[in-house]
Design a protein around this ligand. Structure first.
Ligand SMILES: Cc1cc2nc3c(=O)[nH]c(=O)nc-3n(C[C@H](O)[C@H](O)[C@H](O)COP(=O)(O)O)c2cc1C
Ligand code: SF4
Length: 443
């Protein structure tokens, strides 16, 4: 089922082969409107968006997205079609927000899309706006990313001149901190509030920007939507696996020969993705999957794990924003985790108990274990703190941090015992692998 007559993506690539989102960008260029349309064809929107036929087409588009099995690429993997349907069912004109903040320090995929394929994202914004009956759309990026924002503003302007978009699109800059890119925080920011997560309900899809039903979607999710609207749900499902269809952008870093952003079919084993990124430069001891709310997996468990929400769930991990970091054997996983949990504690809004008190205490306990040996009972103290923090925040921030800390205790259990008996290992003196903003930049 397709919205309009499909055009094949790059003849010969219509069978689900890669690349999809990154098609046409092989030479490292930025796709302007002309190259974008030459690659993917024009935006498939009806000429008269207010007609009864257009309303039927909008409902059909949501059907297509639901059948495609597209899930959000911003972290939680929520079904995109279901989100669009609930926003479309809300009262009054809706709002669409494209989340391009990419608050995960180890992620580069959204910046890559926004800077190199802005029109694919903006097509997705236009199509989502059409699907939910929106009258306004926003693209949120971190304040300070001025080149990115200026490039997007130029792309929006080019589309205005060409009369492409059905609704006005505004670029908004949000504070560059981890929790500020959570969806309710972005909505608050657009509503001229403090830009911190709010306590739900009402949920964003019911009452978001200006009190209107609001769809917040990750920019990669919207780029997939732009292709699904053109080529249909069956085409989308030709890549990936039945339980996790389509492709995803992953950011691979750590001890690999070619760190970077890669488009993969969902379900590809993590080890294969590391090989696509040039293979390990040093034997990996563990792989961080999903980002800073993610999971450390011992290398041998991670290697065969299929990169998809269901595939990773079976090994106790999650896709998150598609981040994979290979930790070399010479590094200290406990020290890496201590640094990141400290960062997450510092970044929280401090509005709720678990963030105000729990995360700083957890960061202290992890640092004590990593750098001072932890006086014997550190692992138990950390486990106790995790149990105290879990499930008590207004947003997922504290649970994300405890997931990371808990997985570190499991993956680096032997190291924790070593630190307890003999003090910190040599790995704590190695340059950090995981990037932390404000720290030395390792990219
Ligand atoms: C603390 C926190 C930070 C987040 N940061 C981002 C982010 O940088 N980019 C993003 O797309 N989603 C982020 N999310 C998820 C968003 O709240 C939201 O679920 C997502 O943008 C929805 O898009 P999707 O359904 O397409 O995945 C974050 C969530 C939390 C709890
Ligand atoms: S849990 Fe933390 S980050 Fe989330 S709203 Fe509460 S204080 Fe803010």
């Amino acid at each position: 089922m397709t919205l309009l007559a499909p055009r094949p993506v790059h003849p010969g690539r219509a069978q689900g082969h890669l690349p999809r989102l990154l098609a046409g960008l092989a030479d490292g260029s930025r796709a302007g409107l002309h190259l974008h349309e030459a690659t993917f064809g024009p935006l498939p929107l009806p000429a008269e968006p207010a007609s009864a036929a257009a309303r039927r087409a909008a409902s059909r588009l949501i059907d297509v997205v639901e059948r495609s099995g597209l899930t959000g690429r911003g972290g939680a993997g929520f079904p995109t079609g279901r989100k669009l349907r609930s926003v479309a069912a809300g009262h009054g004109p809706a709002v669409v927000v494209a989340n391009g903040c990419e608050g995960e320090p180890a992620s580069r995929k959204d910046r890559l899309l926004l800077s190199r394929a802005p029109h694919l994202v903006l097509d997705g914004v236009a199509l989502a706006a059409f699907a939910v009956g929106a009258s306004q759309a926003y693209v949120a990026v971190h304040a300070g990313e001025e080149r990115l924002a200026a490039g997007l503003e130029a792309a929006v302007q080019a589309r205005e001149v060409a009369g492409i978009d059905p609704v006005p699109v505004r670029i908004v800059r949000v504070e560059p901190r981890y929790v500020a890119s959570e969806q309710t925080a972005i909505v608050q920011r657009i509503n001229d509030g403090p830009g911190l997560p709010t306590f739900t309900p009402p949920r964003t899809h019911e009452r978001g920007v200006g009190g209107r039903p609001t769809a917040v979607n990750n920019v990669e999710t919207l780029a997939h939507l732009a292709l699904i609207a053109r080529y249909g749900n069956s085409w989308f499902r030709q890549a990936g696996v039945p339980s996790a269809p389509g492709t995803a952008l992953v950011t691979v870093s750590g001890s690999v020969a070619r760190p970077g952003v890669y488009e993969i079919e969902l379900g590809t084993p993590a080890g294969e993705v590391l090989m696509i990124a040039g293979g390990p430069t040093e034997r990996p001891q563990a792989i961080l999957v999903g980002g800073y709310f993610g999971t450390w997996l011992p290398a041998e468990a991670a290697w065969p794990a299929p990169l998809s929400h269901p595939g990773l769930r079976s090994v106790g991990a999650a896709m998150g924003a598609g981040i994979i970091v290979a930790l070399p054997e010479s590094s200290c996983g406990l020290a890496e985790t201590a640094r990141v949990v400290r960062y997450l504690a510092d970044e929280s809004a401090g509005q709720c108990g678990p963030c105000a008190f729990g995360l700083p205490a957890l960061a202290d306990a992890l640092a004590d274990l990593a750098y001072h040996g932890g006086r014997g009972d550190a692992a138990e103290r950390i486990s106790r703190l995790i149990r105290l923090i879990e499930g008590r925040g207004a947003c997922r921030h504290p649970d994300g941090a405890t997931q990371l800390a808990g997985s570190a205790l499991a993956a680096f259990g032997d190291d924790a015992r070593w630190h307890g008996r003999r003090g910190p290992c040599h790995g704590v003196q190695r340059p950090p692998v995981l990037p932390v903003p404000g720290d030395v930049e390792y990219w």
